[in-house]
Design a protein around this ligand. Structure first.
Ligand code: XMP
Length: 507
C-alpha cells in the first residue's frame, strides 16, 4: 500500500487515484493524525502531498524524527518536498512571485524517478516557496527556468522530492513518474485490481450480512445502482431493493430505474409515496424546510420496510470517509438524506449498516458498474440531487408546477443529447422553474407566464463549476421548444454564473 500524507492539498485525492490507476492500493491520512495511528508498517512507500502552508509559518506542519527515522521510500510533492528538504538540512525561500501553470522542465533521465522520461518535458507548477538549497546528502535532478531545484533525490536513502505536480493531467509524464516511484523505487506489488476487488467483496459482503436481510434504497444514480448490483450478486434473494417515488423525480425516471434493474436481473420494489411527500410539502417554500421535510418523509417511508434484524446498505464512497486536514475544515461532501437514514433510525450505533463501496472513488465505482454489466448511459448520467425537482422549483411545489418543470427538463436533456453535448461537455444541465411571472406576447394577445432558467455547467467534481458555453443554436432550440410546447411558460433565461460564487442548484 502507498500511504498519502495529506498536508491539505486540493490534489491529495487525485494522487491516490493516480496511484490506484497504476495498480497499487493507496490510502490518505491527514498530517495531523498522530504518528502511531498511521499504519506505516503496511506501506511500501509514502507520498507527502502539497499544501497551502509555508514552512516559514510558525504552525506549519513539519516532519519530525519519528518520520525521518522510518525505513520507507518517500516522495514529497510541492509542500511535501519542502517539508522533507527542511527536515534534512535544506532551506526553503519565499519567492516574490510564484510559478503557476505549465512549465518546461529539464530532467536527469538517469534518475530512477525519471526513467524513460523525455529530458525536456512539460510539468504543472503551482507554488510560491521553493527549495533554495539542499544539504550535501541531496542532489538536484531537474530544473526549470524559474526553479533551479525542481526535483531532488537523497544520495543514500530512497527519498525524493518534486516541486511540480505529477498527479495533474497537465504534467505530460505525470503518470509515468508516479509509476516509477511506486514500482521502481518502492517495489510495490501490483495489488489493486477492480476485478479482484469485486471477487473479494462478494465474499466479504456475504460474511458481513451473516444471513440477515439487507435493505437498499435505489435512486437511479450511479452509486446506489452499482451498490445494489454488487449486493445482489453477493446476497441473491436476501437483498430487498426499493425505489421510492417521491413525486419529485424527472420524467419517466421511475419506469427507467425499474427497467434497468429488470435488465440487470435485480428484483426491485416500488414504494409509491408521492401523495405523502407532496401533501407534507404543500404550502412550503423555504428551501431548507423543503429539504428537511423530504429527508424526514424518506426516512419514515423507508424505515417501515426495515425489519428488526435487517441491515441497511449505504452508498458511502471513499471521499466521504477520508479524514481531512482539520485546519482546512471537513472535506466538502454533500450528505444526502440517504446517508442519514441509518443515523436517525439508530442503525448506526447498532452496527446494522453495510457500506460496500466505502473503499472506492467515483471513477472506480463506475468501473465496477461496468464490470457488473450496468449500461454506459446509466453510469455516465448527470448527478441528480436527492431532494429531486423540489430544489429546482423555487417557491411552492404543486403537481402542475412539477409537470411544467418535468417537460422543460426533458427538453433541455433531449436537445443536449441530440447535440452530443451531454456526456463529455457538461457536468449537469437542467431546467429551473422560477417563482416569478413576466409579460409576453403570443399571437395577438399578451401573456403573463412562468419563467424557466436553463442551468448547464462544466465541472470536474461538482465542488467548483463554470457555466457551459453552449452553442447559441442549441440554446435557441431549447428555448423555442420550451415556450412553444409548454403552455404557461413564455420566457426562458440562461444562467451565466460560475460556482463560486453561485451554486450549481438554485436552492
Ligand atoms: P451545489 O448546488 O451545492 O451542488 O453547487 C453541488 C452538487 O450537489 C448536488 N446537490 C445535492 N445532492 N442532496 C443531494 O443529494 C442535496 O440536497 C443537494 N444539493 C445539491 C448538485 O446537484 C450538484 O451535483
Amino acid at each position: 500500500m502507498i500511504g498519502i500524507i495529506d498536508f491539505g492539498a486540493q490534489y491529495s485525492q487525485l494522487i491516490a487515484r493516480r496511484v490506484r490507476q497504476a495498480g497499487v492500493y493507496a490510502e490518505i491520512y491527514p498530517c495531523s493524525k498522530p504518528f502511531s495511528d498511521i499504519p506505516f508498517a503496511k506501506m511500501t512507500g509514502v507520498i507527502l502531498s502539497g499544501g497551502p502552508a509555508s514552512v516559514h509559518e510558525e504552525y506549519s506542519p513539519r516532519l519530525d524524527s519519528e518520520f525521518t527515522n522510518l525505513h520507507v521510500p518517500v516522495l514529497g510533492i510541492c509542500y511535501g518536498m519542502q517539508a522533507l528538504a527542511v527536515a534534512d538540512g535544506g532551506r526553503v525561500a519565499a519567492a516574490e512571485v510564484g510559478e503557476y501553470g505549465r512549465t518546461r522542465m529539464t530532467v536527469d533521465s538517469s534518475a530512477a524517478l525519471f526513467d524513460g522520461i523525455d529530458p525536456h518535458t512539460d510539468v504543472w507548477m503551482s507554488h510560491r516557496d521553493s527549495v533554495s538549497s539542499i544539504s550535501g546528502d541531496w542532489i538536484g535532478v531537474a530544473q526549470t527556468a524559474k526553479c533551479p531545484i525542481a526535483a531532488v533525490r537523497h544520495t543514500s536513502k530512497p527519498w525524493w522530492g518534486v516541486q511540480f505536480h505529477p498527479e495533474v493531467h497537465h504534467t505530460d509524464s505525470g503518470q509515468a513518474i508516479l509509476e516509477n516511484f511506486v514500482y521502481r523505487i518502492c517495489n510495490s506489488p501490483r495489488d489493486w485490481d477492480l476485478g479482484d476487488w469485486i471477487a473479494d467483496h462478494l465474499q466479504l459482503i456475504a460474511d458481513e450480512a451473516a444471513g440477515r436481510r439487507v435493505v437498499a434504497a435505489v435512486s437511479g444514480g450511479v452509486d446506489s445502482t452499482v451498490m445494489a448490483a454488487l449486493l445482489h450478486k453477493a446476497l441473491g434473494e436476501k437483498l430487498d431493493c426499493y425505489v421510492v417515488d417521491n413525486g419529485l423525480m424527472r420524467r419517466n425516471e421511475i419506469e427507467e430505474v425499474i427497467k434497468s434493474f429488470d435488465e440487470l436481473g435485480v428484483p426491485i420494489q416500488l414504494i409509491q409515496a408521492t401523495n405523502e411527500f407532496l401533501s407534507e410539502l404543500s404550502g412550503k417554500s423555504d428551501p431548507e424546510e423543503k429539504r428537511r421535510i423530504i429527508g424526514r418523509v424518506f426516512i419514515e417511508v423507508l424505515g417501515r420496510r426495515i425489519g428488526d434484524s435487517d441491515i441497511l446498505a449505504q452508498g458511502t464512497l471513499y471521499p466521504d470517509v477520508i479524514e481531512s486536514v482539520a485546519a482546512h475544515g471537513p472535506s466538502t461532501t454533500i450528505k444526502t438524506h440517504h446517508n442519514r437514514v441509518a443515523e436517525v433510525l439508530g442503525l448506526l450505533e447498532q452496527g446494522r449498516i453495510i457500506e460496500p463501496l466505502r473503499d472506492l472513488f467515483k471513477d472506480e465505482v463506475r468501473d465496477v458498474g461496468d464490470r457488473l454489466g450496468i449500461s454506459k448511459e446509466l453510469l455516465w448520467r448527470h448527478p441528480f440531487p436527492g431532494p429531486g425537482l423540489a430544489v429546482r422549483i423555487l417557491g411552492e411545489i404543486t403537481v402542475e408546477r412539477l409537470d411544467l418543470l418535468r417537460t422543460a427538463d426533458a427538453i433541455v436533456v433531449e436537445e443536449l443529447k441530440s447535440a452530443n453535448l451531454y456526456y463529455d461537455d457538461t457536468w449537469q444541465a437542467f431546467a429551473v422553474l422560477l417563482p416569478i411571472r413576466s409579460t409576453g406576447v403570443m399571437g395577438d394577445s399578451r401573456t403573463y407566464g412562468e419563467v424557466i432558467a436553463i442551468r448547464a455547467v462544466t465541472s470536474r467534481d461538482g465542488m467548483t463549476a463554470d457555466w457551459a458555453r453552449l452553442p447559441y443554436e442549441v440554446l435557441e432550440r431549447m428555448s423555442n421548444r420550451i415556450v412553444g410546447e409548454i403552455r404557461g411558460i413564455n420566457r426562458v433565461v440562461y444562467d451565466i454564473t460560475s460556482k463560486p460564487p453561485g451554486t450549481i442548484e438554485w436552492e
